[in-house]
Design a protein around this ligand. Structure first.
Ligand SMILES: Nc1ncnc2c1ncn2[C@@H]1O[C@H](COP(=O)(O)OP(=O)(O)O)[C@@H](O)[C@H]1O
Ligand SMILES: [Mg+2]
Length: 312
């Protein structure tokens, strides 16, 4: 087994898929994360974030597809202490004090951080001599975070790390995260909070119904999310022709009704009317961030997701 990370390799998920009975939790996800990137896996509940993360860490066996962490399979990466994780399930060991459990975790890693530094950074020093059974929800999250970082891993994987924490606690958490990840760590965190992904990730991977429906820098996703939509009654026109119009990002058809999601509706509308003057019932709606997030993750697969599916 290799004991040094292949720094250039990053994290590679290839055509990762997992079903639970009839539920296709993750559908052929392809994702490459470069070393040093902070990536948000954003999506509503049930999108497949946890399943993706569990497969990535080797905790759930994929139906198909492969995972490579710094050039190694998950089990080897785990054994070598290359990643630290904060998962949604499982609680800190019972009947230990906070300091004891973090000290124990540190002992599993080849080059751990000083326990006292980790306790201070995460704010867990305030209750370091408490038993883990006596902690509040927010305190448990801090202990989990401390356990994830104490090994000083190259990769941090955090599944909804701020779930159940109040606003103030969230701010403290992200501040600690920043301090921790300043020096070239690779981070993947799952969240269903748009603002959290926007504020704390270099890149947002938007997951819906087990598929990646958008992937890019936060600014790009925001622009996409903030886009306007044109709707019209337009029989007999190919969606591909509509999708190719200037200013149109994606096009979808439902019977005679077409929906164009636009990067630039001001360019798209005249182009639409120029090319298809028989378009009727034209409607332009301005999307808010929230609206577009809902649209991108809606139950109806978007034209883009359909296109992506068709190419697989
Ligand atoms: N162990 C399981 N057994 C059955 N269904 C599951 C299991 N884990 C997840 N699912 C289903 O898979 C889908 C994706 O779930 P999950 O990965 O937990 O999503 P997220 O973390 O984005 O909320 C959901 O429909 C969920 O109900
Ligand atoms: Mg989850």
């Amino acid at each position: 087994m290799t004991t040094t990370t292949d720094a250039r390799a990053g994290i590679v998920l290839s055509r990762l898929a997992k079903s639970y009975g009839a539920v296709r939790a993750v559908r052929n996800v392809d994702l490459v994360i470069a070393p040093g990137e902070t990536v948000a896996l954003l999506g509503p509940n049930g999108a497949g974030k946890t399943t993706t993360i569990e497969m990535m860490l080797g905790l759930t066996k994929p139906d198909s597809g492969t995972v490579s962490i710094f050039g190694a399979p998950p089990a080897a990466a785990r054994q070598a202490g290359w990643f630290g994780a904060m998962l949604q399930t499982g609680s800190p060991l019972d009947h230990l004090r906070v300091r004891e459990i973090i000290t124990l975790m540190a002992s599993y890693y080849p080059h751990p951080l000083p326990v006292s530094d980790v306790l201070r950074l995460t704010g867990a020093d305030e209750f370091a001599s408490q038993m883990t059974t006596k902690l509040s929800g927010g305190q448990v999250q801090r202990v989990r975070f401390a356990a994830a970082i104490v090994g000083d891993p190259d990769l941090l994987v955090l599944d909804e790390p701020t779930a159940g924490i109040d606003v103030e606690g969230r701010r403290d958490f992200w501040q600690a995260m920043r301090a921790m990840t300043e020096h070239g760590k690779t981070v993947l965190f799952a969240t269903h909070y748009l603002e959290e992904a926007d504020a704390h990730a270099d890149r947002i991977v938007l997951l819906a119904h087990g598929r990646i429906v958008a992937d890019g820098p936060a600014t790009e996703i925001k622009a996409q999310a903030g886009s306007r939509t044109i709707r019209a009654t337009l029989p007999g026109v190919d969606v591909a022709a509509l999708g190719a119009l200037p200013g149109v990002r994606t096009a979808a058809r439902h019977g005679d009704a077409v929906t164009l999601s636009c990067s630039n509706a001001d360019a798209a509308l005249p182009a639409l009317l120029g090319a298809f003057p028989w378009a009727r019932d034209i409607e332009v709606t301005g999307g808010t961030l929230e609206e577009a997030f809902l649209e991108l993750t809606a139950s109806e697969p978007t034209a883009r997701a359909q296109t992506m599916e068709a190419t697989r």
